[in-house]
Design a protein around this ligand. Structure first.
Ligand code: AMP
Ligand code: MG
Length: 398
């Protein structure tokens, strides 16, 4: 019945699926967290540099600071001699002024003393006496880091909406922030389904499979800043499924795994049709085609296919960008093997990065779980095009 004349769109594009899900999610409020709590959160406001970096013009390496004009033409055959009048250490600058024919010993990150404009690295120095050095190369301004050359006080350096990765946490600290405004975490309820799916650690009978999706999805959700409400597992029964879905009340999204395909025991879609709303079913992608979006009394419900490879791919391609509001920057690499395109779907082949190119992972069956570890990339092949060896392909890192 529903397959013949569905009153919801079927075979939507990946972009439509992503936008459809994003449109159902609430706009989260803001809270303030410390730097160490900020990893994996989404920045809620632009972060301005409170200081300049470097905070003073400084040396990029260990050596001597001098006047470039005094050292012109210095070479191993004709070294230039300078008088050492002091030193500048990181945190302990030289207090005087450096005159013609003079230099100070300087170390990485130490301020350049007044009067100097260039650095000669320690590898190019010959020690003559404690007070004198010979330069076998001219001192260069290239090894000087100008004050504010990285960022200047007042400049916006991190933009609202960015995911706070570990390097960005470090940058926020360098900008002078100890506390950071972040978006409140979206609360995502997580439910896996299937009569054959059992809890890891239990004895496994033939035909059963450990629930790998729930812990995998929980980890992926936490990685993108969500709070996870784990609802456990429901068997393939419409009533039990409905009870489990009821338990998700209060969440911003219910993410389910399994039960969205065409099988007789795939109840998710009918459940939403009868007691909620289906917004779309099926996305023009492989793996992961049967993904489902709907609503249950105001609660957005996204149904991932149960297959662990499919659920990972759909999570990465649709759910994660919708939750974070960010698309991964496209990475393009040379194909080391051919990648087949599909006439009416985007294909996401698992790949392995090798020496600057990407090769197809040898076993592409969507039931090959070890590929979750052994493949480290998804190769995106648009509808209706094949990729030949040597051509560039779009790659997402796993
Ligand atoms: P389904 O989408 O329910 O038809 O499931 C597709 C395949 O994925 C079947 O082989 C299931 O046994 C498997 N599967 C479903 N749910 C899970 C899960 N939570 N963890 C691991 N495998 C699953
Ligand atoms: Mg199932």
């Amino acid at each position: 019945m529903t397959d013949a004349r569905p009153d919801f769109p079927m075979q939507v594009s990946v972009e439509q699926a992503r936008e459809g899900l994003a449109a159902l999610l609430p706009t989260p409020g803001t809270e303030t967290v410390t730097l160490t709590q900020s990893r994996g959160r989404i920045l809620a406001a632009d972060l301005t540099a409170r200081v300049s970096h470097p905070s003073a013009t400084e040396s990029a390496l260990d050596g001597i600071a001098a006047r470039a004009a005094d050292t012109l033409g210095a070479s191993a055959a004709a070294p230039v001699r300078l008088r050492v009048v002091g030193e500048s250490r990181a945190g302990v600058p030289f207090s005087g002024t450096v005159g013609p024919g003079e230099c100070v010993r300087i170390y990485t990150g130490a301020p350049l003393p007044p009067g100097t404009d260039a650095i000669c690295p320690v590898e190019q120095l010959r020690e003559d006496s404690p007070e004198q050095v010979l330069l076998t190369r001219p001192a260069s301004s290239g090894d000087v880091r100008q004050e504010g050359s990285d960022f200047r006080a007042g400049e916006v350096v991190l933009r609202a909406g960015l995911l706070l990765t570990p390097p960005r946490v470090a940058l926020a600290a360098a900008l002078g922030h100890a506390e950071i405004p972040v978006r409140r975490r979206l609360r995502v309820a997580l439910l896996s389904t299937g009569d054959e799916v059992i809890e890891p650690g239990q004895p496994l009978r033939a035909g059963q499979v450990y629930d790998s999706n729930r812990c995998g999805l929980q980890a992926m959700l936490e990685e993108c800043g969500c709070e996870v409400l784990s609802l456990g597992h429901a068997p393939d029964s419409p009533e039990r499924l409905a009870q489990a879905v009821e338990a998700a009340g209060g969440a911003d999204l219910l993410l389910t795994s399994g039960g969205v395909s065409m099988g007789r025991y795939d109840f998710m879609r009918d459940l939403l049709l009868e007691r909620g709303q289906v917004i779309f079913w099926k996305v023009r992608m492989r793996p992961g085609g049967p993904a489902l979006l709907g609503r249950w009394q105001g609660l957005p419900v996204f149904g991932l296919p149960g297959n662990p490879v499919s659920s990972l791919v759909v999570f990465r391609v649709i759910v994660r960008p919708a939750l974070t509001g960010q698309l991964e920057p496209a990475l393009r690499l040379r194909a080391g093997t051919p990648f087949r395109g599909l006439s009416d779907k985007v294909a996401y082949w698992r790949g392995v990065l090798r020496e600057g190119q990407v090769d197809a992972y040898e076993k592409q069956g969507s039931g090959v779980l070890r590929s979750l570890s052994e493949a480290n990339a998804l190769v995106v092949v648009p509808e209706g095009s094949d990729v030949q060896v040597g051509e560039e392909v779009e790659v997402m890192l796993l």
